[in-house]
Design a protein. Structure first.
Length: 126
C-alpha cells in the first residue's frame, strides 16, 4: 500500500516524528491536533470554546490540504483533560460537521502535550 504525507502551512507544524496526515488505501488519517496557533506554534489564548474551535480549525486545514473536508470524517477521537468540557466539544463540532456525524470517542486523559486541555484526530474517507 502506498502512503502519501499531507502537510498544510495553515495548521501547526508537526512537533515530533509524525506527519500532519497520511493518505493510505483511500483514507486520510489526520494526526492529533492541539489548540496551537499555526503562525506561532503556541497555545491560543482564550477559553475552552476557543481552544476546541482551534483544534477543529487545525484539523480542517489539514483535511483541505488533502483535498477534502471534515465532513468526510468517519471517525473522530477527542482527548480531554477534563470531561466536564464535553458539552463544549459537542457545540463546536456542530460548527464543523453536518449530519450524518462521524463516529466519535471522547477520552479523559491526565495530560496532553504542551499543557493543552484538548486534542482531536480524525479518519477521513473522501
Amino acid at each position: 500500500m502506498s502512503r502519501q504525507a499531507i502537510h498544510s502551512p495553515q495548521a501547526p507544524a508537526a512537533i515530533g516524528t509524525y506527519s500532519q496526515a497520511i493518505r493510505a488505501g483511500g483514507a486520510v488519517y489526520l494526526s492529533g491536533q492541539l489548540p496551537l496557533d499555526p503562525a506561532t506554534g503556541q497555545l491560543v489564548d482564550g477559553d475552552m470554546r476557543v481552544h476546541v474551535r482551534q483544534v477543529f480549525a487545525n484539523l480542517a486545514a489539514v483535511a483541505a490540504a488533502a483535498g477534502t473536508a471534515l465532513d468526510s470524517a468517519v471517525k473522530v477521537t477527542v482527548f480531554l483533560t477534563d470531561l466536564t468540557h464535553f458539552s463544549i466539544v459537542n457545540e463546536v463540532m456542530a460548527e464543523f460537521f453536518t449530519q450524518p456525524y462521524p463516529a466519535r470517542a471522547a477520552i479523559g486523559v491526565a495530560s496532553l502535550p504542551r499543557g493543552a486541555a484538548v486534542e482531536a484526530d480524525a479518519i477521513l474517507v473522501p
